[in-house]
Design a protein around this ligand. Structure first.
Ligand SMILES: [Mg+2]
Length: 286
C-alpha cells in the first residue's frame, strides 16, 4: 500500500489561515518517532542541535505554548531535551510538569508498588531472552524487544500477556511500535492530558497542533477534531488530518512555524519586532 503524505506547504497554509482568529497556539509533539527517529535501543535517541534550537525558538513565543508528550518518564524526557519554558508530559500524559503546571494522575501514583513487583517479575522471566529490555518508568512500564530475534517474539508477547493478566484489573497491556506498554487501568490517556493542559492554559480562541506517530497519539487526535493533527510515519490507519513521512519533515514544518509565529508577533507589535516582547518568564522545569 502506498501512502500519500501531505505537502508541508499545505499544512503551513492551513495554520496561517487560522492564525488571525486565534489568541494562542497550543503545540503538542510526541518524542520518539516524531521529534527524533526511533532507535533499536531506546536509551539512544536525543534531538539534534537543530531540533533543540527550533524548540528554544518556539519556547520563546508568548502566543505559543509547546508541550512534549511521550510514553517516557518526565525526568527521562526532560534530560534528553533540556529546553526551559515548555511543558513536559510523560508516561503517556499521566505526569505533567513545566510552565507552572504540576500534575500526577492519582490511580497511577498509587499503583507504583504493584508496577514495581510486576516489572521485577517480568525482568526475571525475560532475562534469558536476548534483546529484551524491561523498563519501569515509575507510573508505566515498557517492554522493548526491537533487538530480539524475530522467532522469539510470539514467546515474549505470550509471557508478558500472561504475567500482566495475573495483575488484572490493575494494568492494561497495549501494543506500541515494537514495544509493549504496561499502563495502569485509568480513564487517563494522551487525549485527556491534552485537554487538561489546554484547560489549564485557558483562553477562548486556541489553535491546537498535534504531531505524533504512535497508537497512543490517536486518542489525542480524536480529542482534537478541529485541530491541525499530523500523523508521522507509515502506519496506515489514523484519525489525523494530515500525514508526514518522518521526523525530518516535521522539523521542516516546525521551522516554518517559528517563522509564521515570528511574523504574527511582529504584526501584533506594529512592525516593531518581538524579540524582547516574545520572551517568556522562564519558570523552567519543576
Ligand atoms: Mg512516538
Amino acid at each position: 500500500m502506498t501512502l500519500s503524505y501531505t505537502p508541508i506547504a499545505e499544512i503551513v497554509d492551513d495554520i496561517e489561515a487560522r492564525l488571525s482568529a486565534v489568541e494562542r497556539i497550543s503545540l503538542f509533539l510526541d518524542f520518539d518517532g516524531t521529534l527524533v527517529p526511533i532507535e533499536a535501543d531506546p536509551r539512544i535517541p536525543r534531538p539534534d542541535q537543530a531540533t533543540v534550537d527550533t524548540l528554544k525558538k518556539l519556547a520563546g513565543r508568548q502566543s505559543l505554548v509547546t508541550t512534549i508528550i511521550s510514553g517516557r518518564a518526565v525526568e527521562d524526557l526532560y534530560s534528553r531535551i533540556r529546553v526551559e519554558g515548555i511543558i513536559y508530559a510523560g508516561n503517556h500524559g499521566l505526569e505533567i510538569f513545566g510552565r507552572n503546571l504540576h500534575f500526577v494522575e492519582g490511580v497511577a501514583w498509587n499503583r507504583r508498588g504493584d508496577l514495581e513487583r510486576l516489572t521485577d517479575e517480568l525482568s526475571a522471566l525475560l532475562r534469558p531472552i536476548e534483546g529484551t529490555l524491561v523498563e519501569n518508568k515509575g507510573l508505566t512500564a515498557s517492554i522493548h524487544y526491537r533487538q530480539a530475534a524475530p522467532e522469539s517474539l510470539p514467546g515474549i508477547q505470550d509471557l508478558v500477556r500472561k504475567t500482566v493478566a495475573r495483575y488484572d484489573p490493575m494494568f492494561l497491556l497495549t501494543q506500541g511500535r515494537k514495544v509493549l506498554e504496561i499502563v495502569p487501568a485509568t480513564n487517563w490517556n494522551k487525549g485527556s492530558a491534552v485537554q487538561w493542559i489546554n484547560d489549564q492554559l485557558g483562553g477562548q480562541r486556541v489553535l491546537s497542533i498535534y504531531a505524533g506517530d504512535d497508537n497512543t497519539d490517536e486518542r489525542a487526535f480524536r480529542t482534537l477534531p478541529d485541530a491541525v493533527t499530523i500523523k508521522i510515519g507509515h502506519l496506515p490507519e489514523t484519525d489525523a488530518r494530515y500525514r508526514l513521512p518522518d521526523p525530518g519533515a516535521l522539523q521542516e514544518l516546525l521551522l516554518e512555524l517559528t517563522i509564521a509565529s515570528e511574523l504574527r508577533c511582529c504584526a501584533e507589535a506594529g512592525g516593531e519586532g518581538c524579540s524582547e516582547r516574545g520572551e517568556l518568564t522562564d519558570d523552567g522545569h519543576q
